[in-house]
Design a protein around this ligand. Structure first.
Ligand code: XMP
Length: 310
């Protein structure tokens, strides 16, 4: 594929679709939404309004880091505090698909609906890629960002049109386009992180307290496994508890699962043979998180497992 021609075509297409109006887009800092942001900014300049939605589900320091990375390349990003919207919507939910639906609904209806009304934008520029569509249509998983393919008409239901310039590309193609657009390495080489964010790494209810535990474990795993070159590595908080000992007393503590996988496009994945020494270090650091007394390494490939836990 000629990715340079692809970039020019998409810029022209965005200009044609948006006309004289403004459009809005949500940047998560992942490669897909970053590419959409850079394409949209090239096409529309200040008529693109880019927001970073702080959903309470992001990793440590992520909102400020993403805003700064884009400020450094001249693209303004506004941070929107929607933590209460997401935490309220997720309260009491334990079923994986219900949790995913709650994130989708809060994102597209509550938060975007509000932003679209406030800004007068008629459309949303969106980072959906081909794999998202294929997995949703195949019924493997409902990716949070799939609307039309599930029969949701965003114009009718949410009040805006959705433009998806990356919907013919897979991840490797998106990375090529990112390079052409001059995006920095920490974006083009960033490991995948799912749209519903840490909500996909908590089995059971998503609460502020449980998010704090998985966020701390995620920071440790990313720090320890950043040098492996693996496709993806992550930490998951289970809903079970196990007996352990803390300060000489029995406690019924929490369990963290660590995953580190090699893959090309996330459709199949194999676990990495990490050195025992590394695993011991990770285990020691993770069980130092308050209330966590077990740390497990998951050796299951995809399939039969998926990469995330919900
Ligand atoms: P699974 O867990 O289905 O994940 O094996 C495959 C890849 O997709 C990421 N993932 C998502 N990405 N929205 C996204 O943008 C989602 O809802 C979503 N769910 C999973 C996951 O991190 C992995 O790289």
């Amino acid at each position: 594929m000629d990715y340079r021609a692809f970039v020019e075509e998409q810029i022209a297409e965005i200009r044609k679709e948006v006309g004289e109006g403004t459009t809005i887009n949500a940047l998560s800092g992942g490669v897909d939404s970053s590419v959409v942001t850079a394409l949209g900014f090239r096409a529309l300049g200040n008529r693109l309004k880019t927001v970073f939605i702080d959903s309470a589900l992001m990793r440590e320091g992520e909102p400020d880091r993403v805003v700064k990375t884009f400020a450094d390349i001249g693209i303004p990003v506004q941070k929107v505090d929607a933590r209460a919207d997401f935490l309220t919507a997720l309260k009491g939910l334990t079923d994986p698909e219900e949790k995913r639906n709650a994130v989708t609904f809060t994102f597209y209806k509550t938060v975007f609906g509000r932003l679209v009304r406030e800004t007068g934008a008629k459309s949303l520029l969106h980072g959906t890629i081909l794999t998202d569509i294929e997995e949703t249509v195949a019924g493997i998983k409902r990716q949070h960002n799939i609307l039309a393919q599930l029969g949701i008409n965003p114009e009718k239901e949410y009040g805006y049109r959705v433009l998806e310039p990356l919907k013919t590309l897979r991840k490797d193609g998106v990375r090529e386009v990112a390079k052409i657009l001059g995006l920095p390495k920490d974006i083009t080489q960033r490991i995948p992180f799912p749209g519903p964010a840490l909500a996909t790494r908590i089995v059971g209810e998503v609460t502020e307290e449980r998010l704090a535990v998985v966020r701390a474990a995620t920071a440790i795993v990313e720090e320890e496994l950043g040098d492996t070159g693996a496709f993806q590595y992550l930490a998951v908080l289970l809903n079970d508890r196990a007996t352990g000992i803390q300060d000489g007393k029995r406690e019924f503590g929490q369990i963290i699962v660590v995953r580190c996988l090699n893959s090309v496009d996330a459709r199949v994945a194999t676990p990495v043979d990490l050195p025992w020494e590394k695993l011991h270090r990770i285990c020691k650091r993770i069980t130092s998180i308050k209330d966590v007394n077990r740390c497990l390494y998951d050796l299951t490939p995809k399939p039969p497992a998926t990469i995330e836990y919900i």
